[in-house]
Design a binder for this molecule. Structure first.
Ligand code: V0D
Length: 232
């Protein structure tokens, strides 16, 4: 079984920095480089969609200084790596509510999406200002709207619900990796992870490498995914 959609929770930047006597933002800075390495590695391994949890709806609760720093990272990332992503035919996408992102950051994001929109290789999808419970509630509202307006009957089936989610253009997640040891989903892609394999690894995100990813993907391919049925 190949990994079509890989999702990653990039945790442990602050912890990594603290252990080295550095400030949290230095962990985030190092983390940006690792995003590039992970994207190139995933692309080389034949992944179709890589979704990275960059900024959750809960992350607004961090200090204004830290949030301000984080919001500069997309520009830093594209200044350093957009050329290379273009060469690799990678397309940038976003999942989340963009209207609350600061205007200058939002501009950087939309222009990267625009510049890469005709690329046909891997999709590098950043979950930004994203929370899965809210995504599901918004989907329910959208569906209710269609029923109320008479556009469709009240006959929704499980396999149709993903059409209303923010990730409707992507296949379900095959493999979800969370770094830095915590065994939680933290409101990330709850619907989309229904049948995914979950891997929690001890390394903090700044220490994640292409080699780690390759290992985990190979492990995944060896395992048996049965979808609750019996393998034929
Ligand atoms: C900090 C570890 C890349 C996680 C990685 C705004 C936390 C480094 C991006 C990025 C962050 C986002 C969108 C985009 C291009 C790049 C990023 C944030 C944090 C939060 F279009 N790294 N990165 N965004 N960190």
């Amino acid at each position: 079984m190949n990994v079509k959609h890989l999702a990653i929770i990039m945790d442990g930047n602050g912890r990594w920095a603290k252990a080295r006597g550095k400030v949290r933002t230095e962990g985030h800075f190092k983390g940006v480089e690792v995003v590039r390495d992970a994207a190139i590695a995933a692309n080389d391994l034949g992944v179709e969609v890589l979704t990275l949890y960059a900024f959750s709806t809960e992350n607004w609760k961090r200090s204004a200084d830290e949030v301000g720093y984080l919001m500069k990272l997309p520009a830093l990332f594209f200044n350093r790596f957009l050329k290379e992503l273009m060469e690799k035919n990678i397309r940038i996408a976003m999942t989340g509510e963009m209207d609350q992102i600061p205007a200058d950051t939002a501009k950087v994001l939309t222009s990267a999406i625009e510049e890469t929109k005709n690329n046909t290789g891997m999709v590098l999808n950043f979950a930004m200002n994203y929370g899965s419970q809210r995504e599901i509630v918004l989907a329910a509202r959208k569906y209710a709207e269609e029923v109320l307006s008479g556009k469709r009957a009240n006959d929704l089936e499980v396999d149709q619900f993903d059409q209303y989610l923010m990730t409707s253009e992507f296949p379900p997640v095959d493999l979800m990796i969370r770094t830095s040891g915590e065994c939680r989903l933290s409101n990330f892609l709850l619907w989309q992870l229904a049948y995914a394999e979950l891997e929690f690894i001890d390394l903090p995100w700044p220490e994640f490498t292409a080699e780690t990813l390759k290992e985990r993907m190979e492990q995944f391919k060896k395992r048996d995914r049965r979808f609750g049925g019996v393998k034929g």
